[in-house]
Design a protein around this ligand. Structure first.
Ligand SMILES: C[S@@+](CC[C@H](N)C(=O)[O-])C[C@H]1O[C@@H](n2cnc3c(N)ncnc32)[C@H](O)[C@@H]1O
Length: 228
């Protein structure tokens, strides 16, 4: 996840610096808000966050184009960052909620898309609003599970699973683990992808796509369906 770009006013290793501190203090989610808050003070906040993209994730776009949403679909985007993927989903005519643990990310996203139809919320995947349980027909989780250390992965996965409505779909996009995982992120092995499934959440399809030139290599796109 380390950023190799020089960004407006920030050192190139802000994510490494802040994550190392939070992890050493036993607070594995405690670096996201400082990162976005620091970015907000820089001359170019969007490029100060290493995972930000101005265009929606091409793997998400390809999946949506091949799995057109049915009328009435309600979607939620986990760890929505600056909102690019959530805006893409909402642009398909899907009522969309998107959340991030960082209030600064949510504030910046609302400013970025002042007329957005997306309901942006600051919320923690590890302590979700109770009324979100089973409320979404399409749950999009891109790169958030892998941004949390293995010790809390089960908790994060439980949170993601809890959002899926009966009959609903969970889409997981994550980097493919290659040997010893860097930290962060902690890319997922095929066994990790399989372990997201449960008796209620069936793995429907999984494929690894090459990401030419990306420092973390290939990415999984995994689709799950809640059967009950
Ligand atoms: C690696 S970024 C991925 C952003 C985006 N989903 C993407 O695909 O580019 C992880 C995002 O998840 C957010 N995040 C991390 N832990 C979270 C948590 N416990 N609850 C909600 N969001 C979280 C971070 O603030 C960050 O925006």
């Amino acid at each position: 996840m380390s950023n190799v770009r020089q960004t407006g006013g920030m050192t190139e290793s802000a994510d490494r610096r802040l994550s190392a501190r939070a992890l050493s203090e036993g607070d594995p989610t405690g670096w996201f808000e400082p990162l976005y808050a620091e970015a907000a003070l820089s001359s170019d906040p969007l490029s100060a966050v290493p995972w930000h993209r101005d265009i929606p994730n091409p793997l998400l776009v390809e999946w949506v184009e091949t799995h057109p949403p049915t009328p009435g679909t309600r979607a939620i985007v986990v760890g929505s960052g600056y909102g690019t993927d959530a805006e893409y989903i909402a642009a398909q005519g899907i009522p969309t909620v998107a959340f991030d643990i960082s209030p600064s990310a949510i504030t910046a996203t609302r400013e970025r898309f002042p007329s957005s139809r997306v309901e942006y919320r600051a919320a923690d995947l590890l302590a979700l609003p109770p009324d979100w349980a089973g409320a979404f027909d399409l749950v999009i989780e891109s790169l958030t599970i892998q941004s949390l250390p293995p010790e809390i992965r089960a908790e994060a996965i439980a949170g993601v699973r809890s959002l899926v409505a009966p009959g609903g779909t969970l889409l997981v996009i994550a980097n493919v683990a290659q040997g010893v995982p860097p930290s962060p992120p902690w890319p997922l092995s095929r066994a990790d992808i399989d372990a997201i499934a449960s008796p209620e959440l069936e793995l429907i399809a999984v494929e690894a796509f090459a990401q030419p030139g990306h420092f973390l290599g290939a990415r999984w796109v995994a689709e799950y369906r809640r059967v009950s």
